[in-house]
Design a protein around this ligand. Structure first.
Ligand SMILES: [Zn+2]
Length: 296
């Protein structure tokens, strides 16, 4: 494994992973970890200064581009240009502009939207699906990545398209972010542990959402895992039992968090997460009996 390009590319055997970001957003710690007293964040503030600002978290909206030689896979599509995501703006449900950096970041790295053949969505929360679709001149939604199949776990699709869910004030966001994928004929629903491409395996790790997935990357005897939102940030690796408010099923999420992090540690895998500090990858180390994520 080696890193290059100012730390924004990591090689896992013959597979390249490029770190991308849709920008960063501030969020009070209490919004994500309401049961965790403010002072326990202090050691993590000094260990991971990039993950915090003066008032709380500074959340990286991370995506990854995975290149296998034959395939170009975009993992998650950020918050997008306009967000209706209730975790970020619970007090005011109107749409707000996001930092919207992902397409510029792709362009800066020489990647065109039509180069991407697969969009792998770890889950359907609003900060992971924001650039899936673009409104064309006629006002119709079309896929932002015109040659891509969009992969979603069936359990997430079922959950996030339930009429009851959509009718609870989420229909507009769903229309903007993922609902049209089905009618446009670009959606593939997957289940179980699914091979996305040689060396890339989707792992169902439910709890954060019913169909939340990780992505295992394996090549040339080296392994990495994209854990999605299994952890809410670098400190959550060390404190896997801290309840994370966006989790759909807290007990199931905690179990999945322990299981995948244990596997990653035992297997010496590089751990990549959506909300880790940029570029978003690190190793798991032990220090005074505790597990830490250490950025590479
Ligand atoms: Zn997220």
């Amino acid at each position: 494994m080696s890193t290059a390009d100012e730390g924004r590319v990591v090689k896992i055997g013959a597979i390249d992973v490029v770190a991308l970001s849709d920008g960063r957003v501030p969020l009070p710690t209490q919004r994500l970890f309401p049961e965790t007293p403010e002072e326990v964040w202090t050691p993590y503030r000094s260990r991971f200064p990039e993950a915090f600002d003066a008032s709380g978290f500074l959340i990286n909206l991370g995506s990854f581009l995975v290149r296998t030689g034959e395939r170009t896979v975009l993992v998650d599509t950020g918050l997008g240009p306009i967000s209706l995501w209730p975790t970020l703006w619970p007090m005011s449900p109107e749409a707000r502009p996001g930092p919207a950096e992902l397409l510029d970041d792709l362009r800066a790295k020489g990647v065109r939207p039509e180069d991407i053949d697969t969009v792998f969505l770890t889950h359907l929360h609003g900060d992971h699906v924001g650039w899936n679709l673009t409104k064309d001149a006629g006002g119709e939604w079309s896929p932002t990545f015109p040659k891509a199949r969009y992969l979603v776990h069936r359990a997430d699709w079922e959950r996030f398209t339930q009429p009851q869910f959509l009718d609870s004030g989420r229909r507009e966001a769903a229309e903007r972010n993922y609902l049209p994928l089905d009618d446009l004929g670009v959606l593939d629903l997957i289940e179980g542990d699914h091979q996305v491409a040689p060396g890339l395996t989707a792992i169902h790790a439910p709890g954060h959402t019913p169909g939340h997935m990780g992505l295992l990357i394996s090549s040339g005897g080296q392994r990495a895992v994209i854990v999605g939102d299994l952890v809410g940030g670098p400190a959550h690796v060390s404190e896997p039992d801290w309840p994370y408010a966006p989790d759909f099923d807290a007990a199931q999420a905690r179990e999945a968090r322990h299981r995948l992090l244990d596997q990653a540690e035992e297997g010496g895998m590089v751990v990549m997460g959506s909300h880790m500090t940029r570029p978003g990858w690190g190793r798991l180390i032990r220090w005074e009996g505790k597990r830490y994520w250490q950025a590479l």
